[in-house]
Structure formats: structure tokens, C-alpha cells
Design a protein around this ligand. Sequence first.
Ligand code: HEC
Length: 145
Amino acid sequence: MARPFRCVTRTAAIGLALAVMTPSARAQAECEPADLGCAIFNGQHPMAAHLRDDDRPLPSWTTRCVNCHAGASTAAAFAPPLTHDSLLAATPRRGGPISHYDVTAFCRAVKDGVDPAGVLLRKSMPRYQIADAECMALWRYIVHQ
Ligand code: HEC
């Protein structure tokens, strides 16, 4: 695959490049064969996605959740942690009112790029073409770890 970053906007490309190059213990995660959520999160089950306002499909190796959402620290992280506590906590997010995730809000964020309070996520969070069953498996995996 030659120069895939040419296909995306410059800012997003830098973000994707940084994210992909960040070493992560979770990137090595071994999933149980039946754990679809784990396979999606870590990239063994490739997901189709694109950036907001841009129909072109992202290369699948850039769309693994673990590339950007690794670790539990919010300090200087490219993307916020995705954990039981971070998603279920009732807290103000990106300047909006207090909100928390449930499976419906989570799937809306993954598909449509808005948080539970309806605030638009940054463009560097891809938008996924994900089936309901896949999204529910992903939610279960994230909130149970
Ligand atoms: C290329 C990097 C990248 C990838 C890959 C990525 N994300 Fe994100 N994601 C982000 C960024 C950056 C944000 C923060 C957006 C903001 O604050 O506006 C984010 C935010 C989120 C949020 C909102 C979290 C919150 O605290 O409100 C959820 C949920 C989420 N991502 C889920 C996922 C899932 C699930 C996957 C894999 C299917 C994924 N992301 C893949 C970059 C990424």
C-alpha cells in the first residue's frame, strides 16, 4: 500500500500516523476466538470507517480502536481512554452538560461521531460502518474489562 496518508486531510493524517506508531500493550492482546468485541477493538476483525465530511474509506489498519484508545490515562493522550469507568461516569464531556454512555449512546458515537450530550466528536475519531451486533459486542468488551 503506497502512501495511504495522502488520502486523508493533513491534521487527521498526523493523528493517525502518531496513533499507529504508538506502541501499546493492548495492541498485542490475544482475543478469545468467540470474543468479537475484543477482535474489533484490537483489529483482528477489520472495520470500515471514514472521516467526517470525507467519504473515502480509511485503510483498515488505521481504524483499530486500540491504535488511538490505548491505556487508561487521560494525560496528553491522543484519544480518551475507553473503559467501564470513563464511559459510565456521569460527567461533563467536551464542554457539554453532564452525560454518560450506554450502549445506544456508544454506538451513536462510533457510527455518527457525537457524544451522549449530542456534542460532535473531533474529526480524528473515525466514523464506522458497524452492525448492531458488532457494536454491542464492542460495548460489552470495553465495559467488562
Ligand atoms: C484514529 C484514531 C482513533 C481511532 C482508530 C478510534 N478513535 Fe475513538 N476517538 C478518537 C479521538 C481523537 C476521540 C476524542 C474526540 C473528541 O474528544 O472530540 C475519540 C473519542 C471516542 C469516543 C468518545 C469517548 C468519550 O469519552 O466521550 C468513543 C466512544 C470512541 N472514540 C470509540 C471508539 C471505538 C469503539 C473505536 C474503534 C471501533 C475508536 N474509537 C477508534 C480517535 C480514534
